[in-house]
Design a protein around this ligand. Structure first.
Ligand SMILES: O=C(CO)[C@@H](O)[C@H](O)[C@H](O)[C@H](O)COP(=O)(O)O
Length: 237
């Protein structure tokens, strides 16, 4: 009996590789698809160009709010250095941005400094599923705000519509707990801007406003780190 031995070598990421397997040929090309040599259609080009051009109004709108963003950075530094906490919340892409901010604060941003207390509420997966299951999705942030929020803490909410019920309930819970509320939204006014203590509403298309929120968060972190550094230097004098 003859045994066919396949030449098997190790690949670091996928494990054993059968080198006798047929080599895959080039994938069929669809115009505009990844790997395609054909130019994308006019429609796709127009859509992408429109999206990129629409970033401009979001930046312009942010520039109209420099004072608020800088003020938030400084106030965050003052409160977090005094031991207060930042809570952040949003849904979908805005949840990812909330988590981006809290990572900058617990980790670091511009350079070495101490960590600060910041929690992204959607990332508490067991609490989120339990609260949503037992009290309803609309309460998933509010109950966490009641649990974690202390007077003088800050709750930052991110929303494009400014209408998500779970964020609106979170504002009410924050108010009851003495927590200051700030919101980043797309065009205002909207129910969230009407309810919070302070807000920046980006006058741009919803997706571009959401991109603007991330730029705003980095700008706030920049002001925050500068203020932390300034206060630490002052302490040493
Ligand atoms: O990222 C995006 C859209 O750009 C989506 O995931 C989006 O965040 C979700 O649809 C959210 O549920 C929308 O909530 P909101 O911004 O209206 O509060």
């Amino acid at each position: 009996m003859t045994t066919h031995i396949t030449d098997v070598s190790e690949d670091r990421t996928t494990g054993p590789v059968d080198t006798a397997a047929p080599v895959r040929g080039p994938r069929p090309h669809t115009p505009g698809a990844p790997g395609s040599t054909a130019p994308p259609g006019e429609d796709s080009r127009r859509i992408v160009t429109d999206h990129l051009r629409s970033v401009g109004p979001a930046i312009e709108s942010l520039l109209q709010n420099v004072g608020t963003l800088a003020g938030w950075g400084v106030e965050m530094a003052e409160r977090l250095m005094a031991g207060q906490r930042l809570l952040a919340a949003g849904n979908g892409g805005s949840a990812a941005e909330a988590q981006h901010l809290t990572a900058e604060l617990v980790g670091r941003f511009d350079g070495e400094r101490e960590p600060f207390s910041a929690i992204s509420l959607h990332a508490e997966s067991s609490a989120v599923t339990a609260i949503s299951n037992d009290y309803g999705f609309d309460r998933m942030f509010a109950r966490q705000v009641t649990a974690h929020g202390r007077p003088g803490d800050i709750l930052l909410l991110l929303s494009t519509s400014g209408r998500s019920p779970n964020l609106l309930h979170a504002v009410d819970a924050a108010r009851a707990a003495g927590v200051t509320t700030w919101a980043l939204t797309a065009a205002g006014p909207n129910p969230l801007t009407e309810r919070v203590d302070d807000f920046v509403a980006i006058e741009a298309k919803s997706a571009n406003a959401q991109e603007g929120h991330l730029i705003a968060l980095h700008a706030i972190c920049r002001a925050f780190d500068a203020e932390v550094h300034r206060r630490r230097q002052e302490e040493q004098r």
